[in-house]
Design a protein around this ligand. Structure first.
Ligand code: GTQ
Length: 345
């Protein structure tokens, strides 16, 4: 590839004249913005083990009352982007949130989409647009763009969950903002029972639900049971994986980030081809090794890691006797909508 002229090759006075008129020559930066073959990611492969994080999060519970935090969260920040940017990848934000018994994180709504993957504790709930969604380990709860949400806790132990938001993207688009609100009135319990069984959806008076987010809570007991059944009934399937979708349309459950759950059968090693999207892996149960060029992370329960796009990765269940379960988040839905999605085999 042809080497291009550098900024220093240009006369000082010429450069000053350009700057004066807010102009920039492209050629010194062309290879940086259009690198050959594949992007140069800022996103580094990073692992955030839960145990160390957990003790700091519990300490935050003592240091900062909920009223002073609104959301008591430690952000899983990728140093490749700069910690202060609070992003795991170009589009993905990850945060571990702590709610103590009796605490309440007040209602608000915002433009970024969020999901929560419950990590530990019982008795907490998120109310989304009046729908009360109880939180148990492994449950996925959506709080899509524009929907009111608040968190409460009637149990007696700390509750921790992983927040996954498309905040870095929405912030970059200068489209991120919040509206504060009053406590919501609970109008219904989580609607997950209505979509218990694939292939049928409620049609009250022959009317299909028109709302964009008909299902807000995906209980882990159900997702886990589907994975177990899939592994049993289709032993030759390449990957025992299910996507979290909108049960009315079958499309990804959110527009920007995609979510799935993967079961690694005892002793299984799964090679994933390089895909253009960045990925996050969060261990729900068991232990898995995540290997990519130059890095290996040994995920234990509740550990989280991220990898940049265009990177082949191998996931291996460390146990020969027990299945391992991994929650995966990526930005494939966004990339597909933009026509940027690639799989390189
Ligand atoms: O729980 O609403 O981690 O608004 C970041 C922003 C959690 C939340 C985060 C938020 C929330």
């Amino acid at each position: 590839m042809q080497e291009l002229g550098r900024l220093e090759d240009l006369p000082e006075a010429y450069r000053a004249a350009l700057t004066e008129q807010n102009l920039v020559p492209l050629w010194p930066s062309l290879r940086a913005v259009l690198p050959p073959g594949k992007p140069i990611p800022r996103t580094r492969p990073i692992c955030w083990p839960y145990q160390g994080l957990r003790s700091l999060l519990l300490q935050a519970g003592e240091l900062t009352p909920i009223e002073k935090a609104e959301r008591r969260v430690l952000v899983l920040a990728n140093p490749g982007h700069g910690l202060e940017k609070m992003q795991a990848s170009a589009t993905i934000y990850l945060g571990m949130q702590l709610l103590l018994p009796g605490e309440w994180a007040p209602a608000h709504r915002h433009t970024p989409n969020a999901v929560r993957m419950i990590v530990e504790g019982d008795g907490a709930y998120t109310t989304v647009e009046g729908e009360k969604c109880p939180m148990s380990r492994g449950d996925l709860i959506l709080t899509p763009t524009g929907l009111w949400h608040e968190h409460g806790h009637d149990g007696d132990q700390p509750v921790v969950w992983l927040d996954v938001l498309d905040l870095p993207l929405v912030y970059y688009m200068e489209a991120s903002y919040v509206t504060e609100g009053k406590a919501q009135t609970v109008t219904s319990e989580a609607n997950d029972q209505a979509y218990q069984r694939g292939g049928v959806v409620p049609t009250p008076m022959f009317n299909r639900a028109g709302q964009p987010f008909p299902m807000l809570r995906y209980p882990w007991v159900d997702v886990r049971a589907v994975l177990e059944a899939l592994a049993l009934s289709q032993p030759d399937i390449e990957a025992v994986q299910v996507a979290y979708v909108n049960p009315e349309t079958g499309a990804d459950c959110q527009k920007i980030l995609g979510f799935s759950a993967l079961m690694l059968r005892p002793g299984e090693r799964l090679q994933l081809p390089a895909r253009s999207c960045a990925m996050v892996f969060h261990q729900i149960e068991g232990g898995a090794d995540v290997s990519l060029e130059g890095h290996q992370f040994s995920l234990a329960e509740a550990d989280t890691c991220c990898i940049p796009g265009y990177t082949p990765v191998t996931l291996a269940n460390r146990s020969k006797d027990h299945a391992a379960f991994v929650f995966i988040a990526d930005d494939a839905p966004l990339q597909k909508k933009l026509g940027l999605y690639e799989v390189r085999t």
